[in-house]
Design a protein around this ligand. Structure first.
Ligand SMILES: *Cc1c(COP(=O)(O)O)cnc(C)c1O
Length: 440
């Protein structure tokens, strides 16, 4: 078993005098020795920041704390660390001290959609359940950056119980996403308890876990963890690789273990200036993910959180990347590019436009090569008025227990059985004027 490269060895020895060869693959050793201050960071990476920069970086840490696993730091190319994607994601930059007027500490308004401790209930049928405030590494681009480290803790039993009670008492919730922090920093026993509680709720159809441990702490994916997880199917995992360089052999081994236990794997990347804002890097990343049985799921536009301005790209960069992927490579390799709308609007997919024009009988489309083509609409289509009375419909739903739900949003505008013709935002001046008009 010779996977202790010299970079590992050198870093491990600088991290702690207690280092023994078996420690490197022990995830708890990495958590215990996570690098949390500039002195240790410089020592471990064997580099010195110029004095002025070091002082600025210290100020940055007072605002947004540092924590990085020796494993993740060992991936840094020290010859060119200033441009290194791992360095940029783990080591603070002075740009973090810049706060722009439109940046927010909770851009996604997760707090205002929180009906119970740890729960964000934004979409009709699924909730986010924050079960840990701990991460193995603090990503410099974290959207919940302001909160990380403030409460570097596991929510207490009472808070967890309240979150569970909310889910239990809310039958529309058919999908629970465990998030954090990183849920995999909970102990196996705690996770086992939580998953058992969730599985016991009849309306919870699937449980998903969002974790970055396969990227920053792959040794966390132990045979014991995986054996426990596989007792709670259907369980889905989304991880967070941002650059092909992160798919190291320990990371690939962790992914293989998860996939072998029958857990479908997805990946959510964040588009980051200077890290992966390049069609070739993104395509390479997605190909390597597929090779490791991970389906690229989302590519996020960088949020409007405080101190992230140096990471943000124009949306045009994301569209350019999507243009370079759709049609050019396997559909399975192409994530959905989304902007998580400020103030709680949720994820909005964005992509190049393929529908160029249409008439009553033809649709004009373009493909990835620039071919402009037409699709002939059917000459006759039996328009069926949907009154939502499925029992009288010729289409066979016939699924006992598939419950009815109200049409929402644009779906409602398209529905036959609902007469709503426009959705109008409230509380704007135009609406106020209408209210004032005599006779209205
Ligand atoms: C992202 C997110 C989800 C899950 O969204 P999917 O599109 O189903 O993956 C659920 N709740 C919140 C608050 C989210 O941000």
């Amino acid at each position: 078993m010779k996977h202790y490269s010299s970079a590992h060895q050198a870093i491990a020895e600088r991290v702690g005098p207690d280092y023994g060869p078996s420690h490197w693959s022990d995830w708890r050793w990495h958590v215990r020795h996570a690098v949390r201050d500039m002195e240790t960071l410089q020592k471990v990476l064997n580099l010195r920041f110029p004095e002025r920069e070091a002082a600025d970086l210290k100020r940055t840490l007072e605002k947004f704390p540092l924590s990085a696993t020796p494993y993740y730091l060992s991936l840094i190319d020290r010859e060119d660390y200033r441009n290194d994607p791992v360095f940029k994601q783990s080591v603070p930059m002075t740009g973090e001290l810049t706060t722009l007027p439109y940046e927010m500490d909770d851009p996604l308004a997760e707090e205002s959609d929180s009906p119970a401790p740890g729960i964000t209930h934004r979409y009709p049928d699924r909730v986010l359940f924050h079960v840990s405030n701990v991460c193995a590494m603090y990503c410099r681009h974290c959207t919940r950056k302001r909160k990380v480290g403030d409460r570097d803790s596991i929510p207490d039993q009472a808070a967890m119980e309240q979150g569970l009670a909310y889910i239990r008492n809310t039958p529309v919730v058919r999908d629970v996403l465990l998030s954090g922090g990183d849920p995999f920093l909970l102990s196996d026993d705690r996770l086992d308890w939580l998953l058992t509680e969730l599985r016991a709720i009849p309306h919870v159809e699937i449980v998903r876990v969002g974790t970055r441990t396969p990227v920053v702490l792959p040794y966390r994916i132990t045979p014991e963890l995986v054996a426990m997880l596989s007792r709670h199917h259907p369980l889905w995992i989304n991880t967070h690789f941002n650059h092909p360089r992160e798919l190291t052999s320990p990371a690939r081994a962790a992914l293989a273990r998860l996939a072998d236990s029958g857990i479908p794997l997805g990946n959510q990347s964040v588009l980051l200036a200077g890290v992966n804002d390049c069609p070739r890097i993104m395509r390479e990343l997605c190909h390597r993910l597929l090779q490791n049985r991970v389906r690229p799921y989302y590519l996020y536009q960088c949020d409007l959180s405080e101190g992230l301005s140096h990471f943000r790209t124009p949306v045009g960069k994301g569209i350019e990347i999507m243009e370079s992927m759709i049609g050019h490579t396997s559909g399975l390799a192409v994530p959905t590019y989304v902007i998580d709308a400020p103030h709680g609007g949720g994820k909005i997919p964005v992509m190049p436009s393929y529908l160029i024009s249409w008439s009553t009988n033809k649709v004009v489309l373009r493909n990835y090569e620039g071919v402009i083509t037409t699709y002939k609409e059917p000459d006759s289509y039996e328009q069926y008025f949907c009154d939502r009375n499925c029992d009288d419909c010729h289409l066979q739903l016939k699924l006992g227990g598939s419950e009815e739900r109200e049409a929402v949003g644009i779906e409602k505008l398209l529905a036959d059985y609902d007469e709503t013709a426009a959705l109008t935002p409230e509380n704007n001046e135009r609406m106020d004027r209408r209210a004032e008009e005599p006779g209205s």
